[in-house]
Ligand binder design. Structure first.
Ligand code: MN
Length: 316
């Protein structure tokens, strides 16, 4: 680990241009761990990395520190070449979206991720699928390298952890709680960060509540399937975490599936599971993710995807 950190430090020191990105359509961890890393590099190396993104940043993240310092990828000239590209919480190559061309053309790529992925983009990898959030990997590097960190960085790392654990509901080991404890000891206030995140758009909350109230229950109530059609999808901000959360709270529900009709013949699927790993089902749809929370994007009609999902759960 120390050898890898030495190489990371050397690469940052020698880079004239540095870019950082998470996955397309950012969530709290993707946004906040990239912003935390940006600030760490600014504080410790006096350099100004750019955080590039593709897709949407949900409104509930509007008030996170340094939110305004991200740059939409299409605002950067196509031929721009970076000496160093750091991808954090990126998932897989295809989740990079519009920033992939910049990652491909960079001289050196470092990755810090906690997703399962067989096609790594990094020349130097700080990957750990045991981590609940990519923010923990950034925190780990910062501590081992003895980097200076400030309140913005601590709050950003804490938000990455809070959002990826669903306010600590998806914690599977104490490791993430120990990281949070050390952030709290250094001044992070969890209650005020949770409050800062309670900032959702009314339209999306109403669309998500409607999808939850119209959900169907199969397999004797063990499988809940909710659908957001194309018209409502336009009002959705984020991935539909509320629908997944509401249905997952119901007694007897083991699996929750959310189908989002993103456009004609394109459906985004989110899978959640209480006890059994669900990532293999997501992979059978060409997607992936974590053991109990995974997803896929399928080029097919909503009707067909709905039927295929039901078939995929036969025998589960
Ligand atoms: Mn993450």
């Amino acid at each position: 680990m120390m050898k890898k950190i030495e190489l990371l430090i050397e690469k940052i020191k020698n880079a004239k241009s540095i870019a950082i990105s998470g996955h397309k359509n950012l969530d709290g961890d993707a946004l906040c761990s990239t912003l935390a890393l940006k600030k760490i590099i600014e504080l410790n190396f006096g350099k100004k990395p750019v955080v590039l993104y593709d897709g949407n940043i949900p409104k509930y993240l509007d008030n996170v520190p340094l939110r305004d310092s991200v740059c939409f990828h299409a605002h950067v000239p196509e031929k721009t070449k970076y000496d160093l590209y750091i991808v954090v919480d990126y998932g897989t190559r295809k989740h990079l979206g519009g920033v992939e061309k910049f990652v491909n053309s960079a001289d050196f790529v470092i990755e810090c991720d906690h997703h399962h992925n067989d096609d790594l983009v990094g020349n130097l990898c700080f990957d750990d699928t045991e981590k609940a959030a990519a923010a923990q990997i950034i925190y780990d590097i910062a501590r081992k390298a003895k980097f200076e960190i400030d309140d913005d960085i601590r709050n950003l790392l804490a938000i990455g952890i809070i959002t990826d654990t669903g306010n600590f509901k998806f914690v599977h080991n104490s490791d993430v709680l120990l990281d949070m404890a050390s952030l709290v000891d250094a001044g992070v206030n969890i209650a005020s960060l949770v409050n800062l995140l309670n900032n959702r758009d009314k339209k999306t909350v109403l669309v998500e509540s409607k999808a939850a109230s119209e959900a169907e229950f199969l397999m004797k109530g063990r499988l809940a399937i909710a659908t957001i059609n194309r018209k409502d999808y336009k009002k959705l901000d984020g991935r539909g975490e509320l629908v997944l959360g509401i249905l997952g709270e119901i007694h007897g529900v083991e699996y929750v599936v959310l189908l989002k009709e993103q456009r004609e013949n394109q459906v985004g699927i989110s899978f959640r599971s209480r006890h059994k790993p669900i990532n293999q089902i997501a992979e059978s749809f060409g997607g992936g993710g974590h053991l109990y929370a995974a997803g896929a994007v399928v080029q097919d009609s909503l009707e067909n995807v709905h039927e295929r999902v039901i078939n995929a759960f036969k025998g589960v």
